[in-house]
Write a protein that binds this ligand. Structure first.
Ligand SMILES: Cc1cc2nc3c(=O)[nH]c(=O)nc-3n(C[C@H](O)[C@H](O)[C@H](O)COP(=O)(O)O)c2cc1C
Length: 304
């Protein structure tokens, strides 16, 4: 019997727990040339802002040992074009669409989400809290009360599930996780990138025009696993694991630590059909180990 990979998050069913991570596959158009998007559990879009953004000048990505750095600067088409063109393109696929939203004030998150509320194809929103917050002079990601309030305000205008995406660049991730849960988040996704830097020793310049960037890929997987493990013990809402996932073994590790779904990011640049391979291998792993349902392994880590 084929194991059941379907999962549920906040009452919404997903065909399987393998999603794409924000910013690593645009709005799905390019990936749709590689495989049928209906075969994955969901697609998380690039962060959408109120107005279109050009982002930072190149170079804005750099390869590092076991990973990459990026400082794209939230380049995106803005909410109006996103709704008119990109969301419409995603209509035809039998997959969940999670729209990642970024704002520089609480009001901007609210404005974007209230626009998206009128379009049911946007099944859920994921709030990217790793943005500089102009209003309060610091990132929402590092301020529990600001994070809680932002989630609360968004849930007033967006009645479908709201996911808060957590940054690892904090002292205690459980504090922010609890604040988002208190604010009414239906789920948490973690982790976003870790602040990093790479330097060119010939030019003496940083490899990114933004000087620093976000580290992603296999290098961050151990950090992400530790954070999922910690947050799993701190909250009741479902967790979506992200960070360096490139094969089914990585997915199983995240599930054992408490994740109910995962997102694949940097691996898409190495092998764009990674999600399809993972789904196939995951089924084999579950069958071989006599599990009927992927949910059976969630949080089953045997800690010392
Ligand atoms: C090129 C690039 C662009 C990204 N853009 C976004 C973004 O717009 N919004 C966001 O929330 N995360 C963004 N991320 C972070 C990823 O969604 C993910 O959290 C992170 O890369 C860790 O997963 P990975 O190691 O599988 O890539 C970006 C990552 C990369 C590599």
């Amino acid at each position: 019997m084929t194991p059941d990979l379907s999962i549920e998050i906040a009452g919404m069913k997903f065909n399987n727990p393998i999603l794409t991570a924000s910013g690593t596959c645009g709005y799905g158009e390019e990936l749709a040339d590689v495989f049928d998007l209906s075969h994955i559990g969901g697609i998380v879009t690039k962060s959408i802002t109120v107005k279109p953004r050009e982002g930072h000048p190149p170079p804005r990505t750099a390869e590092t040992d076991s990973g990459m750095l990026n400082a794209i600067g939230l380049a995106n088409v803005g909410v109006d074009r996103f709704i008119a063109e990109k969301l419409r393109f995603l209509e035809k696929f039998d997959t969940r669409v999670i729209v990642n939203v970024a704002g520089s004030t609480t009001q901007e998150y609210v404005d974007i989400c209230s626009r998206l509320a009128d379009y049911p194809r946007a099944d859920m929103v994921e709030l990217n809290f790793s943005c500089p917050n102009v209003q309060h002079g610091m990132a929402v990601a590092t301020n529990p009360s600001l994070a809680e309030n932002t989630v609360k305000e968004v849930t007033r205008v967006f009645s479908r599930p709201v996911i808060a995406k957590l940054s690892p660049n904090v002292t205690d991730i459980t504090e922010i996780a609890r604040a988002c849960e208190n604010g009414g988040a239906s789920a948490l996704s973690l982790i976003n990138t870790l602040v990093g830097m790479a330097v060119d020793i010939e030019t003496f310049r940083p490899r990114l025009t933004n000087n620093t960037g976000g580290l992603s890929g296999p290098a961050i997987k151990p950090v992400a696993l530790a954070m999922v493990h910690k947050v799993y013990k701190a909250v009741r809402i479902p967790l979506i694991g992200i960070g360096g996932i490139s094969n089914y073994r990585d997915v199983v590790e995240f599930f054992l630590c408490g994740a109910r779904a995962v997102q694949i990011g940097t691996a898409l640049f190495v092998q764009p059909d990674t999600p399809i391979q993972i789904i196939k291998d995951l089924k084999n792993y579950l069958s071989k180990n006599k599990f009927k349902n992927i949910n059976e392994i969630v949080g089953q880590l045997r800690i010392y």
